[in-house]
Design a protein around this ligand. Structure first.
Ligand code: SAM
Length: 286
């Protein structure tokens, strides 16, 4: 390829019949870890981008939407979360947002690939923003499915921030894993999951909701649109035996004010509205 051909491109081919591409304006890293192909590069629109096996994991530009909605929604709905578990989340963005809650005393992060953590610290420091140095964080390098099978649990919130159900992430979308996660929740605990983009990956949501319906009194999903997770709103699985989803707006507003957060996407009103599902998503629910 000659310089006159213009920039290099990374093409994401996660979906059949649909791809998205990003210019590689500066390549920082491109190599195989023990589990997956890891790339970190800068793109003129989204800033630094982390891909695993050429699938966008997170970007500097739009990660705030995803990480704020998978943390503040369950933590503020719960109202007294002290112990949080993150499965996956190697880039550190999820830990960053959980640790903003001063009332959270302990975060266990179970990440299968130390390479993602190491390279995210070095090439994506704006994602973790020091989260890996927080004394409340306990980083466990392990398969999340193995961890969940053997943990003593006691978690108020479990957040599954995994890759899509291909490769190492596949085990995190199984009934067995969800059953172990349910057992690892403390009374009143909430399980939330990265559950794909329903317009493109409807089966993922249907399968997770079928498992959640068998496990939890309240099993549904909530939505937020993350530009680089192409295809419209992304679904976040929600499973709990509590009534946390019905927390009144004024209570949520008071908890939000007390937490002293200054997010760029989350608001208590957006929190409540995110559970309003459009027809095509409702039709995917079992
Ligand atoms: N926001 C991204 C998304 O929605 O696809 C996820 C980002 S995060 C980088 C995904 C993490 O899940 C990766 O670091 C990957 O190594 C980790 N992961 C995949 N399978 C796993 C497993 N079985 N146990 C623990 N971590 C896993």
């Amino acid at each position: 390829m000659t310089a006159s051909d213009g920039p290099a491109w990374v093409r994401e081919s996660l979906h059949p019949h649909y791809n998205q591409s990003f210019t590689v304006d500066e390549l920082f890293y491109d190599s195989e870890t023990a589990h997956q192909r890891l790339k970190v590069f800068r793109n003129g629109t989204f800033g630094r981008i982390l891909t695993l096996d050429d699938v966008v994991q997170t970007t500097e530009g739009d990660n705030f939407i995803y990480h704020e909605m998978l943390t503040h929604v369950p933590i503020l709905a719960h109202g007294a979360a002290r112990r949080v578990c993150i499965v996956g989340g190697g880039d550190g963005g999820m830990a960053r947002e959980v640790l903003r809650h001063a009332a959270v005393t302990h975060v266990t992060m179970v990440e299968i690939d130390a390479g993602v953590v190491d390279f995210s610290k070095q090439y994506l420091p704006t994602l973790s923003q020091g989260a890996f140095d927080d004394p409340r964080l306990d980083l466990v390098i392990a398969d999340g499915a193995d961890f969940m099978r053997s943990t003593d649990g006691g978690f108020d919130v479990i957040i599954v921030d995994s890759t899509d159900p291909v490769g190492p992430g596949e085990v995190l979308f199984t009934d067995t894993f969800y059953g172990h996660a349910k057992r690892a929740l403390a009374p009143g605990g909430i399980l939330v999951t990265q559950n794909g983009v329903p317009f493109m990956q409807g089966d993922e949501l249907t399968n997770t909701m079928r498992a959640f319906r068998a496990l939890f009194a309240d099993a549904t999903c909530y939505l937020a649109t993350v530009p680089t997770y192409a295809g419209g709103p992304m679904a976040f699985g929600w499973g709990t035996d509590s009534a946390a989803r019905d927390v009144p707006l004024d209570v949520l507003q008071a908890r939000f004010a007390e937490a002293g957060l200054t997010p760029d996407y989350y608001t208590p009103e957006v929190h409540k509205a995110s559970f309003a599902l459009p027809g095509y998503v409702l039709k995917l629910m079992p």
